[in-house]
Every structure is written in C-alpha cells, then in structure tokens.
Design a protein around this ligand. Structure first.
Ligand code: FES
Length: 330
C-alpha cells in the first residue's frame, strides 16, 4: 500500500525520502553534524527519541545514524557522524564528499532503542558518538520533568560532541573524559550499584562499554536494560550458514536455503518483498515475523529475551537451527 506524506513515498516494506543537506557543522573532533530538510518541501515523518534513519549514500553504501534533534521538529532531521578510522566507505564519504545542497535518499525513521518516557527514573550512559540518541532522549525527559541522569564519556573533551547543548549546571549531566583520569574509563559498576532496581538504564557506545554496562546491570539486578550498538563497531556477520528450508506462510511457497547462502539473498532472488538496509543485523529493517521453526539469531538489534521468544528475526544475518523456518512473508 502506498501513502503520500509531504512528498514522501511510503510503503510497508520500503520507504525512501529525498532529503537535502542544509547545513554541515563541526561538532567535535572527527564529528560532523548534518542537518537534512525535505528536498521538495513538506515535512518529514515523525520520529520518537532513540530513532535512527538510514542514509543511502551515492557510493552505494547505506549507513544508519541516530536522530539528534527534537521529535517535535518535522521540518528537519539532524544526525552526527563520526569519522571512523576503519570506515568501509560510509563515514569517509560523509566527511570527505558530502556538501551543503546535496540531495540524499534516506529511509523513514525506525526505532530499535525506544525510550520509556514514563519511567520513574532513567539513567542514560553515552560513550563518544553514542551521545547522539541520548541527547534527544535526555532533552525529551527534561522537558517532561522526568527524573533523568546523563553520563557522557569520551576519551578527551575535544572529542565530545554537543557539549554546548547540555545544561550541565543542575547535576543531571555528568561528564567523564578518560584523559582527565589517567586514561581510566568511567566506573559503570559503582554507578549502577547505586541505582534503584526499577531504573531504566540505557547505553550507547563502543562494544567494550556496552559489555561493561550489561555486566554491571546484571550485577546490580537492574532488569530494564537498553543498549544500542554502533554500526561501525559491530562484529561482521558470520559466514551465512544455510542448508534448511524456508516456508512463506502467506503464499505457501517453500524455498531452499543452500549451505553457504544468506537467507535474505534467497528471499530476494525469489522475488520476495522483504525490506532490508544494513545487511549486518544492526538496523532492524529486515525484521520478519517467525511463525514456525527455530531461528539462529545473529543480529545486534533484538534483546536476549526477544531472541529467546523467537517471534521475529533479522533475515539479513540470521539463519535456522531447525530444518524448516516458517516466515510471515508472501
Ligand atoms: S538489514 Fe539491517 S538488520 Fe537486517
């Protein structure tokens, strides 16, 4: 089904929006802020704190970036892009070739990192460029008068973006720069041990920080744990396995997924209308309902409880433990 909203072409499976780069702004060392506006006027689709958009770059690479600005703004999207030293072409293109006035194709916002806005207390922990979703979340909770604390860590102050947008005078923001502490990272264990058990704790940052955060939450008995991983720091997906059958419940078609093949490739080659973007198990675009069989989850989107429930899977990187998978596809 097609809908039109402010010049935006949308379908359930894929949404593509033309966006123009209005401003590029130096936000910190190696961090470029990009303001996008609808290329043909109108408004962008609304989003919620923690959401991200996909940038479909002219070099054929797609990358996901968290939205920094207020969800109340429908006339623009703002993202922050770190120049990744290990860039495979995404952030390098953005930093070296993107110019004001360029028109890009972007995806509609998706949110794999949704904010529980009515939580009694919220702890946000950002590492480096992980500040981008947190800034939007923090401001939202502050505006609503909610109890929130933001801990923002970076190696050095010069690498910390958006410091000028944080009200740091009332104690709700704590900054930690490793360089000021003889290179030591922030003590997440000590902080989380002091939190009430019903706190909603969020973390976005490098893998080492996320691992420390999850361990500390488990030790502290905190159950409301939310993490988001960077595309750039996530492990590359394993070699696709295969050697099973996928059944498409809506059409009754059965497709063989040969050994060594990726499920998404088999679906696309068979003409199945399935959305996808990153192909790395990071963005959530290819989330598909599982109606039978047992998936082998390899993505970084679903929580452990989501994975245990086996109700959905990311078909770009995940496979099957059972001989047959039944998916909610035609
Ligand atoms: S395409 Fe991004 S998670 Fe599958």
């Amino acid at each position: 089904m097609q809908q039109q909203t402010g010049g935006v072409s949308m379908s359930r499976a894929r949404t593509r929006i033309e966006a123009k780069v209005r401003t590029l702004r130096h936000e910190a060392e190696r961090v470029l802020g990009i303001e996008l506006v609808p290329a043909h006027g109108g408004t962008f689709p609304r989003f919620t704190p923690g959401a991200h958009i996909d940038l479909h770059l002219p070099n054929g690479i797609t990358r996901s970036y968290s939205l920094v600005n207020s969800p109340d703004e429908v006339d623009r999207y703002v993202i922050g892009v770190l120049a990744d030293a290990k860039s495979r072409g995404g952030s390098r293109y953005v930093h070296e070739q993107l110019r004001c006035g360029a028109v890009l194709t972007i995806g509609a916002p998706r949110n794999n990192f949704a904010l529980q806005e009515d939580a009694a207390s919220t702890l946000l922990i950002a590492g480096g460029i992980g500040i981008t979703p947190m800034l939007c979340m923090y401001r939202r909770l502050r505006e609503a008068g909610r109890a929130v604390r933001l801990v923002y860590c970076a190696r050095e102050r010069s690498q910390a973006a958006y410091l000028d947008q944080l009200g740091t005078n009332d104690g709700s923001v704590q900054l930690h720069f490793d360089a000021d502490h003889a290179g030591h990272p922030f003590d997440l264990g000590a902080l989380l041990a002091q939190q009430p058990a019903d706190v909603h704790a969020y973390c976005c940052g490098p893998d080492a920080m996320l691992s420390a955060f999850e361990t500390a939450c488990a030790s502290a008995g905190i159950g409301n744990v939310h993490v988001e991983r960077f595309a750039a720091s996530a492990p590359a997906p394993d070699t696709p396995q295969g050697g099973y059958t996928v059944e498409l419940a809506k059409s009754g078609r059965r497709l063989a997924v040969p050994a060594g093949a990726a499920l998404l490739d088999v679906l696309l080659e068979a003409g199945v209308d399935v959305d996808y973007s990153c192909r790395e198990g990071l963005c959530g675009a290819c989330e598909t309902r599982v109606l039978g069989g047992c998936p082998e989850h390899r993505d970084a989107v679903l929580t452990q409880s989501d994975k245990a429930a086996n109700a959905v899977m990311m078909v770009c990187v995940s496979g099957a433990k059972s001989p047959t998978l039944v998916l909610d596809l035609a």
